[in-house]
Write a new protein. Sequence first.
Length: 95
Amino acid sequence: MNEIGCINIYQPLSLEQELGNGYIRLTDCSFNEGTGRYHMESEILDESHHIIGNFTTDTYIYNFHIDEHNMNTKLCMEMDLKGDMRKINSLRKDI
């Protein structure tokens, strides 16, 4: 699976990645420098690329410190998953 190195948050987003036996399509994101809030919206897709749910994350930077040798960022993350939970859970791959 491909790894995402960096997402340009100022460009329209339509990035699709494997998620178990289905896919997740990242559809929108934003960053508010004043509040430190990063918001991302995505769609959960089944094997046939039909939308079966929505996944939203909000991440807040609540503490940030940088000096000559270290950078420390403390985050709070909220995640919201809506849709057909039975179908979403069926996407899981057994290892």
